[in-house]
Design a protein around this ligand. Structure first.
Ligand code: TPP
Ligand code: MG
Length: 215
């Protein structure tokens, strides 16, 4: 506690089978998804590509489920990406299209926050909330006729995923599992493979030779 993003994806890998179709768009949540998620079959990992249209996964889940009605469709969303096209959940309710959303909620536009650290800034990226302000994503889902559950403890994740799959299929509507994660977790990334920075020590990784920059 707070939950590390790695833990969420470990639970996702453990829970969903090889026939699950995953959809994701753009943000730290999507970079972690690309790094940590196990995908077994072609055309089972649907991404929006380099354009990075935030929020794309919410309507894309609709299309994926209509194309593959017998398979579980899971959208991996950020707290902000969800808000960009969340009204599409109401469309899924209207046309009885069930899917699961797993929200990686860091209460930040995390990708932008991480980029700002280079300039020692933390400006205009905060999405924090408490009882008196901010967005309650579970209530937003319920307000559109869908379902949601918030998870703050790692041991609750599996049960919440099972609840979301079962509820969404039974009720023919989307269900959200919102996981509150460590707010300022960074993703290991770089513009080329020898520039990747690990934000935290990697215990089981041997000391790597210094990058030479040669290709
Ligand atoms: C339509 C659109 N607006 C803005 C952006 C720029 N952008 C990329 S990621 C991001 C923040 C994403 O925040 P969140 O969904 O919470 O994901 P996190 O990085 O926190 O995991 C923004 C604003 C974009 N890619 N597309
Ligand atoms: Mg976020």
């Amino acid at each position: 506690m707070p939950i590390k993003p790695q833990r969420v994806f470990q639970e996702i890998n453990d829970f969903f089978d090889a026939d699950t179709v995953f959809v994701t768009a753009i943000g730290l949540y999507q970079i972690w998804s690309g790094q940590f998620q196990e995908i077994y079959k072609p055309r089972h990992y649907l991404i929006c590509g380099q354009a990075g249209p935030l929020g794309w996964e919410v309507p894309a889940c609709l299309g994926a489920k209509i194309a593959r009605p017998d398979q579980t469709v899971v959208g991996i969303v950020g707290d902000y990406s969800f808000r960009v096209l969340m009204e599409e959940v109401a469309v899924a309710c209207q046309y009885s299209v069930p899917y699961v959303l797993v929200m990686i909620n860091n209460a930040y536009m995390g990708l932008i926050r991480q980029a700002e650290t280079k300039f020692e800034m933390n400006y205009g990226v905060d999405l924090s909330y408490d009882e008196s302000y901010g967005m309650d994503h579970v209530k937003v889902m319920e307000g559109m006729g869908a379902f949601g559950r918030r998870v703050t403890r790692p041991e609750e994740i599996q049960e919440a995923l099972a609840w979301a799959v079962e509820t969404s299929e039974r009720e023919r509507r989307p269900a959200l599992v919102e996981v509150l994660i460590e707010r300022e977790a960074d993703a290991a990334m770089g513009t080329s493979i020898d520039e990747i920075k690990e934000p935290e020590p990697v215990e089981d990784l041997e000391e790597q030779p210094a990058a030479t920059g040669e290709v």
